[in-house]
Design a protein around this ligand. Sequence first.
Ligand SMILES: [Fe+2]
Length: 171
Amino acid sequence: MALFGTSIKSLDDLFVHTLRTTYYAENQIVSALATMSDQATSSELKAAFDRHRAESQTQADRLERVFALHGHDPKETTCPAFDGIEKANDAVASDTESGPVLDAALAGGAQLVEHYEIAQYGKLIAWAKALGREDCASVLAETLDEEKATDERLSAIAGGGLNQAAAQAGA
Ligand SMILES: [Fe+2]
């Protein structure tokens, strides 16, 4: 299936396409995290979602800077991989009773999004460097560091009592 036809002919085209899918994802994440924060019952998890929501807005702004550095207007392109993750997370959340088990599901779902983002930014940084755009790579690296820190924070929250509370709630 030719999702994108033959409009991607070079690594530069692929870089710009991936900037657009990542920009789409970051903008979606800003609103998804507001919903996830409302659904969470753990105050620690809520705080982590609220913090990362603010970071995601900054990350979307950073992508706009990278578009500008590379001579393009910021534009979103739908990402089927991101949409699939969101669809799976939403399906689980809507089937899960509010409380510790939903908190565990939300933390795990957020980590799935982080791993997607870590892969996206990892590719973008590697391709920016290959294209001689160290300026773009260094802006993107700031975001990659934040995504990795968020993933580690979520692991610490889940391991620091959230999963144990979920295990007891289901017993
Ligand atoms: Fe992000």
